[in-house]
Design a protein around this ligand. Structure first.
Ligand code: FPP
Length: 250
C-alpha cells in the first residue's frame, strides 16, 4: 500500500531529487567538472532551505550513485572531498534549522574521513524534529532492494508475521520514511537511473531541463505548484468515475 506522509494533500510529504547536470554546466563554461559539483552544492543548499521552509517532511537528494564509482578517479576524489567539506560546512545550519541528516547507500568503501563525518553528522542531528534530509551516497535502488531482501529472508521473510510489503519495506535503507511523493530530475534527461526504485513506485515525476547548478527557488516553487495539480490515483480510478457502491473499499 503506498504511504504518503503529507498532512496537506496538496503538499508532497517526501520530495526526492536527481541533481543532474553539474558536469554539463561546467563544461559549457570551459570549467572542470568538479566546479560544476561545487556550484551544485549551492543549489542543494537552496533546495534544503526552500523545502524545509515549506514544511516538507523528507527531502532525499542523489549525490553519488553506485554507478558513479565508474567515473575517473580524479572526479570521484574531488566529489568525496566536496562531501567532507559540505558536511563540515553545512552542519551548523542543519542543527540550527532542526534538520535531521541521514545517509543512505553503501558507505563501506568510502574514505575513512568521509565515513567519520557522515556518522558524526547523523549523530549530531539525530534528535532534530524538523525536515529529514536524506543524502544518497553510494546508493543504488537495486543495491537497496537486494540488501533488504537478504535481511528480510534472514528474518523469516514471507513466513514471518505481518504484511509482507510492510515488513520488506522496513528493511530498506529508507525505513521509517514515507514513500516518495514528488521525484524531480534536473538536467533534461528523463530516466530514474537506479534511484529509489521501490520508494518512488507511485511518485509524481517532474523533469526539468535546467542544469542543477542553475536551479533555484522559482523552480522549487513551480515544483510544488505542479504537484498540487496532480491527481494521484495510486492505480485506482478518479473520484466520480463510478458510484461509491461500485468501488471496493470506498
Ligand atoms: C550529477 O551531475 C551530480 C553528481 C554526480 C553529484 C551531485 C553532488 C552535489 C550536487 C553536491 C551535493 C553534496 C552533498 C553533500 C549533498 P553529473 O555530473 O552527472 O552531470 P552531467 O550529467 O552534466 O555530466
Amino acid at each position: 500500500m503506498p504511504v504518503s506522509s503529507a498532512t496537506d494533500p496538496a503538499l508532497p510529504g517526501h520530495v526526492a531529487i536527481i541533481m543532474d547536470g553539474n558536469g554539463r554546466w561546467a563544461q559549457a563554461r570551459g570549467l572542470e567538472r568538479s566546479e560544476g559539483h561545487r556550484e551544485g552544492l549551492e543549489a542543494t543548499r537552496r533546495a534544503v532551505r526552500f523545502y524545509a521552509e515549506h514544511g516538507i517532511q523528507s527531502l532525499t537528494v542523489f549525490a553519488f550513485s553506485s554507478e558513479n564509482w565508474g567515473r575517473p578517479r580524479s572526479e570521484v576524489e574531488a566529489l568525496f572531498e566536496l562531501f567532507v567539506t559540505a558536511i563540515e560546512g553545512e552542519l551548523p545550519e542543519l542543527v540550527e534549522r532542526g534538520i535531521r541528516l541521514r545517509f543512505i547507500g553503501d558507505r563501506a568503501t568510502f574514505p575513512p574521513t568521509l565515513q567519520t563525518r557522515m556518522c558524526e553528522a547523523e549523530e549530531a542531528t539525530a534528535g532534530n524534529e524538523g525536515m529529514c534530509l536524506v543524502v544518497a551516497l553510494g546508493y543504488g535502488g537495486r543495491w537497496d532492494i537486494l540488501q533488504a531482501a537478504r535481511k528480510w529472508v534472514a528474518k523469516g521473510g514471507a513466513e514471518a508475521d505481518g504484511d509482507a510489503e510492510s515488513t520488506f519495506a522496513a528493511e530498506l535503507s529508507t525505513t521509517g520514511l514515507a514513500d516518495v511523493d514528488l521525484l524531480i530530475r534536473t538536467g533534461g534527461e528523463q530516466r530514474i537511473s537506479n534511484f529509489l526504485l521501490w520508494q518512488a513506485a507511485y511518485a509524481e515525476i517532474l523533469f526539468i531541463e535546467t542544469y542543477w547548478p542553475d536551479v533555484g527557488e522559482k523552480d522549487f516553487e513551480r515544483s510544488l505548484a505542479w504537484y498540487a495539480q496532480r491527481q494521484r490515483r495510486f492505480g485506482r480510478v478518479s473520484a466520480g468515475a463510478y458510484s461509491a457502491t461500485e468501488v471496493p473499499g470506498a
